[in-house]
Design a protein around this ligand. Structure first.
Ligand code: GTB
Length: 208
């Protein structure tokens, strides 16, 4: 039996990083896919503590909030740094990935037609700090010398950006190498190549 259960819509959305992390750690995941029709009835929404999905279950523990899920799995599977200072730096990195993801989500869901070009134009400014961090940290990870949940989260978002603008990493060698190396991790490569994952849209409104 899979130790973890994820309830979410049939999109990568806020769960791509979580799926990559679990795949990389060789963990099974049971997925309950919720359709818009089911969601629209309102009873699933009413059952969610904050009225939103994803919902993640680890035995009796029920979590909402995708970043809390990443932190939980980071703690359990050794992807939350080697000490408290690394853990705090990983939190800082993940918060910055979240800031950027929120900008992306806003553009996708609220202003795709009017804001896409401006978003792509500004992407280099947004990516520069991550490039600097990765170029400085010779391990190829955001913090320390081992992969953390923030790395999976950044990787997932960068894959979305590459779909949005295929050339967006061209002037960022450290980010490009980070993406190539993460994508080449055997279990992540297998997930990225598997049909069930590939066919899932990135976002719920069909924009990408
Ligand atoms: N901070 C929360 C987290 O990180 O988990 C944000 C969760 C969230 O935004 N959930 C959205 C949701 O439940 C789905 S993710 N929306 C329904 C509601 O609020 O009633 C984004 C998303 C939006 C729409 C679709 N879709 O239409 O397929 C898919 C994903």
């Amino acid at each position: 039996m899979a130790p973890y259960t994820l309830t979410y819509f049939a999109v990568k959305g806020r769960c791509g990083a979580l799926k990559m992390m679990l795949a990389d750690y060789g963990q099974q995941l049971k997925e309950n896919l919720v359709t818009f029709e089911q969601w629209g009835k309102g009873d699933i929404k009413a059952s969610c503590v904050f009225g939103q999905l994803p919902k993640f279950e680890d035995g009796d523990l029920v979590l909402y909030q995708s970043n809390a899920m990443l932190r939980h799995l980071g703690r359990k599977h050794g992807a939350y740094g080697k000490n408290d200072c690394e853990a705090s730096l990983i939190d800082m990195m993940n918060d910055s990935v979240e800031d950027l993801r929120l900008k992306y989500i806003k553009m996708i869901y609220q202003e795709y037609e009017t804001g896409k070009e401006a978003f792509i134009k500004d992407l280099a400014n947004q990516l520069k700090p991550f490039e600097t961090i990765l170029a400085k940290n010779k391990s190829g990870f955001l913090v320390g010398d081992q992969i953390s949940f923030a790395d999976y989260n950044l990787f997932d978002l960068l894959l979305n950006f590459k779909v949005l603008s295929s050339t967006c990493l061209d002037s960022f060698p450290a980010l490009k190498s980070f993406v190539d190396k993460t994508a080449a991790r055997p279990k992540i490569k297998a997930l990225l190549e598997c049909d069930d994952f590939k066919k899932m849209p990135i976002n719920g409104n069909g924009k990408q």
